[in-house]
Design a protein. Structure first.
Length: 372
């Protein structure tokens, strides 16, 4: 029996077929999750993905109405806005061996359907003040029929390579399989090679948008609890648990074993990023909007072992959702978040510009073209 009841931690070969209703994915969207609903299965014999049939309807509310916001947060709680990544979300950040910073995010270009809803990367050589243009990652070896990666997480490896953990699923529709966590590795941050098998999945539950850190020789993976769900057409039989996240560990970063679930006080979500300085881990998560006019924001917790967490109340209240973070050379933090809908966009008009919570709005199953 695994901790926290029966679960199936997958590594190597995926042995079952699973189902997920689109409505379950929507649960995470309001808090800033990427979706991959526009992402395409890999075409036979190639590493590139095909464009969606038909142009995505950008006139409807969606994550293309949001921008990625880059902040520098100092030890004395000062916040400095450094950059804006237009039409981007669900960011993750890391430092490369050569000292540059790398951010990966979901990319929603206005005039490029082939790159729409794909993972793109940007690089900075001046501690986050200026950035290169986004480049969609190239991925070799993605099994036929799997969706292109979404909800990226970057983790530097001891050998100098970069591992990308991401959400994906088998099949061409979200009701054919439950999302789980997969991975790929790269020597330059742009060209990745798929690593066979599922890194982490739970029987009967979608696992979406993980955070991973290498801490004292052990990889720790965290992911928000998005509920259980039901087969297509059935009711949602279990809602997400407030303040609860999944936790799994691995010696090699590939085969993860589930550990007891983690919990943080209040209506906070384990949707974000985790970093380790060798002494403790620091989680940057997504707060719950507090009501009309309250944007929510980033919460920070620390842990020596990944199991017990202490909420840090002195960290500056960065506005945004699903943060990525990396420590800067001067001791401050670079925090990249999914910002609120831009004024005048369909998402802002749908919610009301002054009362909209942070992050993209919930989506409906018909919002995107679905490949067949």
């Amino acid at each position: 029996m695994k901790p926290n009841g029966a679960c199936r931690v997958q590594s190597g070969v995926d042995r079952t077929r699973r189902f997920v209703p689109v409505g379950l994915v929507v649960i995470g969207l309001a808090a800033g999750l990427g979706t991959g609903l526009c992402a395409q299965p890999r075409p036979p014999g190639g590493g590139a993905s095909l464009a969606a049939p038909g142009r995505p309807n950008r006139q409807r509310p969606g994550p293309w109405d949001n921008d990625g916001l880059v902040f520098r947060v100092t030890a004395d709680a000062r916040i400095e806005k450094l950059a804006v990544f237009g039409r981007a979300g669900v960011p993750t950040a890391a430092r490369l061996p050569d000292g540059r910073l790398c951010v990966a995010h979901q990319h929603f270009p206005e005039d490029n359907d082939a790159d729409f809803d794909k993972v793109a990367v940007r690089f900075s050589s001046d501690e986050g003040r200026t950035w290169t243009a986004p480049v969609v990652i190239r991925l070799r070896g993605l099994p036929e029929g799997m969706r292109f990666p979404f909800d990226p997480t970057l983790v530097p490896l001891p050998d100098g390579r970069m591992r990308l953990y991401f959400t994906s699923l088998k099949g061409r529709r979200f009701d054919e399989d439950r999302p789980a966590i997969y991975s790929a590795v790269s020597g330059n941050g742009v060209e990745f090679t798929f690593e066979a098998g599922v890194r982490f999945g739970i029987e009967g539950r979608p696992v979406i948008d993980c955070a991973v850190a290498l801490h004292r020789g052990v990889f720790h993976l965290f992911a928000p609890d998005n509920g259980a769900g039901a087969p297509p057409g059935g009711p949602v039989d279990e809602r997400p648990r407030v303040g609860v996240g999944y936790h799994a560990t691995s010696e090699d970063g590939l085969a993860f074993a589930r550990q007891p679930d983690v919990q943080i006080a209040g209506r906070r979500r384990w949707l974000g990023n985790v970093q380790s300085d060798g002494a403790e881990m620091r989680f940057f998560g997504t707060g719950e909007p507090g009501g009309p006019g309250s944007p929510g924001g980033v919460w920070v917790g620390t842990s020596p072992d990944g199991g017990t967490w202490t909420l840090q109340t002195k960290f500056a209240p960065v506005p945004g959702a699903d943060p990525g973070a990396v420590k800067l050379k001067d001791g401050s933090w670079l925090v990249v978040v999914t910002g609120p809908p831009r004024p005048g966009t369909p998402s802002a008009q749908r919610r009301g510009a002054l009362t909209a919570p942070v992050g993209p709005p919930p989506r409906e199953p018909g919002d995107f073209p679905v490949p067949r």
